[in-house]
Design a binder for this molecule. Structure first.
Ligand code: ZN
Length: 206
């Protein structure tokens, strides 16, 4: 099992990062040790600078697939939830400036926070018509619709499977909309999909 994360998949987020809108999907991996399962507090890593939240739609893959066409890609999705792709932003910016890989900023233990409610994929599920919202301490900080993804889910799965074989249990984080921001000890983070709370996590001690 692996965690595949898509970068810059919403135009407004690419803009807030000061980067270009990609013409092909950008992806990177997190190890399984990055997964933070429901009920566990977020543990801030020992990394200087800001640690930021990125709310993302997360898909669970339940089949092996390589070079899957986009027309068949949604058949690989068993269920979905919301997740947080936690990012050590200050460090990531330093790594990016030097052209170095991002893993130190993105792949640390507990950096892939998973929602406690998982919804099954059904024939009527439209993954591109969800409203996603993140509240930090009761205030809305991120809100957008998955209709605004630059590359829809089917294209993301097809694209990634050209490079990497997908396996049962893989998680795909599909990118964050605008509104990323820092988290600190004591913060309460709640993720809502179409108004239903799927994710709830508190930030523990550093
Ligand atoms: Zn992300």
């Amino acid at each position: 099992m692996k965690v595949i994360c898509i970068g810059r998949n919403y135009a407004d987020h690419a803009k807030e990062l000061g980067t270009e809108t990609p013409t092909e999907p950008i992806f990177f991996l997190k190890p399984t040790t990055a997964c933070l399962y429901p009920g566990q507090p977020i543990r801030l890593p020992d990394i200087p600078g800001e640690i930021e939240h990125e709310l993302e739609l997360v898909l669970m893959i339940d089949s092996y697939a390589k070079d899957v066409p986009a027309s068949m890609a949604l058949g690989l999705v068993a269920s979905f939830t919301l997740g947080l792709d936690l990012t050590a932003r200050t460090l990531q910016n330093q790594l990016k400036a030097k052209g170095l890989p991002w893993e130190k900023a993105k792949a640390w233990d507990g950096s892939a926070v998973l929602g406690e409610v998982e919804l099954p994929m059904t024939a009527s599920t439209d993954l591109q018509a969800f409203t996603m919202e993140l509240k930090k301490n009761g205030q809305t900080v991120q809100k957008d619709t998955t209709a605004n993804m630059i590359f829809p889910v089917a294209d993301l799965i097809a694209y990634v499977s050209r490079f990497i074989t997908l396996e049962p249990g893989d998680l795909l984080f599909t990118g964050t909309p605008a509104g990323i921001g820092p988290i600190a000890e004591g913060d309460v983070l709640e993720g809502f999909l179409n108004g239903k709370r799927l994710l709830h996590a508190t930030v523990g001690k550093r």
